[in-house]
Design a protein around this ligand. Structure first.
Ligand code: IMP
Ligand code: MG
Length: 168
């Protein structure tokens, strides 16, 4: 594994995202919706740096077929416990590759009539897109490489690493 983004750089970026999002939602309460499992560390750090009131909830998604090659079909295996109606909602994701996951969740949650629905992803791999999806807030844009650490895994390993590595 090769170091891609050091812990200090990750933390600086998360602080900057939290500042920007806090500014954009000043005076409002935001519901953070984390996508398990990959987003759990990013979401915890982001939530702690927000200066506006937040609540948190989580969904767990599974894609049909192979794990490594997105089949384009997603389902919810653990749903939210919170109603979204009339709320300001921010979906928190670790990384966008094909865009299939976030595109699916965005439309499913939009149907529940939140007041607003935005998305943040710490990492973005635009070269991998199969559906046209753009997050409202992005931390880092990276190339078409497989990364681990800071919540992201390879066969459930390395989620606890505080920095981000490329797997070779
Ligand atoms: P998408 O549906 O192809 O955009 O895939 C997004 C999901 O795939 C993310 O939530 C991650 O769980 C996983 N994923 C995509 N790329 C990586 C990676 O480089 N490392 C770890 N997980 C990844
Ligand atoms: Mg994920």
């Amino acid at each position: 594994m090769k170091l891609l983004i050091a812990e200090k750089e990750v933390q600086k970026k998360v602080s900057r995202l939290a500042r920007k999002i806090s500014r954009d939602f000043a005076g409002r309460e935001l519901l953070l919706v984390g996508i398990l499992k990959g987003a759990f560390i990013f979401m915890a750090d982001l939530a702690r740096r927000m200066t506006t009131p937040v609540k948190v909830d989580f969904v767990r998604l599974a894609s049909y077929g192979s794990e490594t090659q997105s089949s384009g079909r997603v389902r919810i295996t653990k749903d939210l416990e919170t109603s979204l109606r009339g709320k300001d909602v921010l979906i928190v994701e670790d990384i966008i590759d094909t865009g299939v996951t976030l595109d699916f969740l965005f439309h499913r949650l939009q149907a529940r009539r939140p007041r607003s629905l935005k998305t943040v992803s710490l990492l973005d791999k635009p070269e991998g897109r199969k559906v046209d999806f753009q997050a409202d807030y992005i931390g880092f844009t990276i190339g078409n490489q497989f990364v681990v650490g800071y919540g992201m895994d390879c066969n459930e390993e390395y989620r606890n690493l505080p920095e981000i590595y490329v797997v070779r």
